[in-house]
Ligand binder design. Structure first.
Ligand code: 13P
Length: 260
């Protein structure tokens, strides 16, 4: 279902103590300032901190009081077995992980993750009741050569459009132009909105109008407290996948507050 959402992708940052401090501060601020807010907040720390994030993000007095959901940054596409160093979807599910980022451009670039691999990861996550946050987006070269729509269409067609409607309905898509990630160069609201509308239209062509209307689409790439309000005001942008600015509680809270 379409929701307002802000997800923090910590990437490979923070030692254990720093992570604990940031999580504590987030809980404290969310408890005081954002009672009853209507935004799904997701924190995606490095894998060793997932359990701590779940424990700290759930109130000790009332386990129904959850300050944020916990997401992983990656998952292996196999069920289980001899894959040294890898983490399976069922392991994540058994640790109360509700979301998992898939197909991030850093994984595509540094670990050669293909659209086909993304498709398998999405399927195994859905089988384990974990919501995939599936990233797509073009490089600077692809944008400058005017190929960005084609690239995004291929990414979605090869990684998601094999899904049955009931499965597709459970995932979240994040548009993250590679040239905006970690560069301080946020896409303008007009640039981001144009691609989000394009993605919604692709979903409509494949799955129909209602599915397009109900899919949560996030923007990611140097989104911060200053740029979030204008981005989140765009009709087809439902929130953000936040990297650098999710590492400071104050910035992250301000981004959660950036919806009108
Ligand atoms: P930055 O917000 O640091 O640009 O990172 C965005 C991102 O890659 C989130 O997944």
């Amino acid at each position: 279902m379409r929701r307002k959402m802000v997800a923090g992708n910590w990437k490979m940052n923070m030692n254990f103590q720093e992570a604990e401090e940031l999580l504590d501060e987030l809980v404290d601020r969310l408890d005081k300032e954002l009672e009853g807010h209507d935004v799904d907040v997701v924190v995606c720390p490095p894998a060793p901190y997932l359990e701590m994030a779940y424990d700290l993000g759930t109130s000790e007095e009332d386990e129904n009081q959850v300050y944020f959901s916990v997401g992983a940054q990656n998952v292996n596409e196999h069920d289980k077995g001899a894959y040294t160093g890898e983490i399976s979807a069922s392991m994540l599910a058994s640790m109360n992980v509700e979301y998992c980022i898939v197909g991030h451009s850093e994984r595509r670039k540094y670990y050669a993750e293909s659209n086909q691999q993304v498709a398998r990861k999405v399927e195994i996550l859905l089988q384990n009741e974990i919501v995939p946050i599936v990233c797509c987006g073009e490089s600077l070269e692809e944008r400058e050569s005017g190929n960005h729509f084609k690239v995004i269409e291929k990414q979605l067609a090869e990684s998601l459009f094999q899904l049955k409607p009931l499965d597709f309905a459970r995932l979240v898509i994040a548009y993250e132009p590679v040239w905006a990630i970690g560069t301080g160069k946020t896409a303008t609201p007009a640039e981001a909105q144009e691609v989000h509308a394009f993605i919604r239209n692709l979903i409509q062509e494949k799955y129909g109008k209602e599915m397009a209307r109900q899919t949560t689409l996030l923007y990611g790439g140097s989104c911060n407290a200053a740029t979030a309000p204008e981005l989140f005001a765009c009709p087809d942008i439902d929130g953000g996948l936040i990297g650098g600015a999710s590492l400071k509680a104050d910035d992250f809270i301000r981004i959660i507050n950036a919806f009108e």
